[in-house]
Design a protein around this ligand. Structure first.
Ligand SMILES: Nc1ncnc2c1ncn2[C@@H]1O[C@H](COP(=O)(O)OP(=O)(O)OP(=O)(O)O)[C@@H](O)[C@H]1O
Ligand SMILES: [Mg+2]
Length: 368
């Protein structure tokens, strides 16, 4: 899959523009503050109806505009095209259309345009809260396991009910047992999907990492399901009713799941250098893209903001080679185009765009 064409109006400092992209490598270069990240943000909004830079999408709307409009033409693998339109008003009103049909949920959009973002914030995947790693994990499971979304909703609902009676209600023992049982059944289903996904992700991640750096021998990826590995969730919930009641919520369960990355017994975020952390995050995201490509018609679209930062020439080259081998559409931003112009094989279609004061001009090729 690839984004063939994008019309952008009213996003940050970008002047209204229509762009035609390479199905493979697209490089956006320009000075600080020129609008490179804003264009990645526009592609991201097209795929997820939200920005990656701020939780308030309103801040992505140009200061002088009432709203932003994005229109994208996506080429799917089997000669099938999809037209996606999103408009977002300052008032908060949002319209999403796929092939002219209104779409209610952003999940439908995410299903249509799977995106992988690698940006300076991506380090947070290693050093940030488990929630970020759970989101990363669930993004992958969502794309490869059709039943994931309903299992996830079932868990949320069961937990809401249990938390509600923990806080307010005095339920009789039979009803309590019934709710604990429902949380347990729903959680086991979710855990099965996550576990199966990790079993597939792990070898692909290790292979990918070995192509990027020499850390693969010492780095361990493991999955924590969110409760004691030696007891069933039912046992844990039964035993923790009083403690849960004191804090007012369910403390153990898949809402606590995490991915753990350890290097020689230490938390990877505590011991790896910035560059190494970037490579590990890239390997995780590229591995995820591989798995999604296996089950979906098309592949993921990769957004790599500021690719050269933190990386020396050799690692930059390895990362570019890997992105090139992925056979996916990739959008890369950088300040100077030189370090990235020599990284591609002559047969790979590379498009270069120069971004200057919010204007984007397509250059004809890497050598020009
Ligand atoms: N809502 C907005 N309306 C207009 N301009 C905005 C808005 N939000 C941000 N800007 C401006 O848009 C410009 C482009 O920012 P952007 O982050 O895209 O730059 P960049 O090319 O990625 O720079 P860098 O190389 O520093 O990462 C900035 O000058 C910023 O001040
Ligand atoms: Mg930027």
């Amino acid at each position: 899959m690839s984004l063939q064409r994008l019309d952008v109006t009213g996003v940050r400092n970008l002047h209204p523009v229509t762009l035609h992209f390479s199905p493979r490598i697209n490089i956006l270069y320009g000075d600080n503050g020129s609008g490179k990240t804003s264009l990645l943000e526009a592609v991201h909004m097209l795929g997820l109806a939200r920005s990656f830079r701020s939780s308030r999408i309103q801040s992505a709307i140009n200061h002088d505009a009432e709203g932003c409009v994005l229109f994208g033409q996506v080429q799917l693998a089997a000669q099938e095209q999809r037209a996606i339109g999103i408009s977002r008003q300052r008032s908060g009103d949002t319209t999403i259309r796929i092939n002219g049909q209104s779409v209610r949920s952003a999940a439908e959009l995410a299903d249509c345009v799977p995106l992988q973002l690698i940006n300076p914030d991506s380090f947070r995947l290693l050093e940030g809260s488990p929630k970020l790693r759970r989101q990363f994990l669930d993004w992958g499971v969502f794309h490869v396991e059709r039943r994931f979304l309903s299992a996830w909703h079932r868990v949320q609902q069961a937990l809401r009910q249990r938390n509600s009676w923990l806080r307010h209600g005095r339920l009789d023992a039979v009803s309590q047992a019934a709710w604990n049982r429902e949380v347990e059944l729903a959680s086991n289903e979710l855990d099965d999907y996550r576990r199966a996904y990790i079993a597939r992700l792990k070898p692909v991640f290790e292979r990918t990492l070995s192509q990027l750096c020499t850390l693969d021998d010492e780095l361990q990826l493991s999955y924590y399901r969110g409760w004691d590995k030696d007891r069933s969730l039912g046992e844990v919930l039964d035993a923790s009713v009083e403690r849960d009641r004191l804090v007012g919520y369910t403390q153990a369960g898949p809402q606590r799941a995490d991915l753990r990355l350890r290097s020689k017994g230490h938390n990877a975020a505590d011991v790896l250098s910035r560059g190494q952390q970037k490579l590990v995050v890239c390997a995780l995201r590229i591995a995820q893209g591989h798995l999604v490509s296996e089950v979906k018609h098309g592949q993921c679209i990769y957004l790599v903001d500021d690719l050269p930062s933190e990386l020396d020439g050799l690692h930059r080259q390895s990362l570019c080679r890997l992105l090139e081998q992925l056979d996916c559409q990739v959008f890369i931003t950088c300040v100077d185009r030189e370090p990235l112009s020599e990284c591609w094989q002559s047969t790979t279609p590379v498009s270069m765009f120069h971004v200057e004061h919010g204007r984007i001009v397509q250059m004809h090729g890497p050598s020009e």
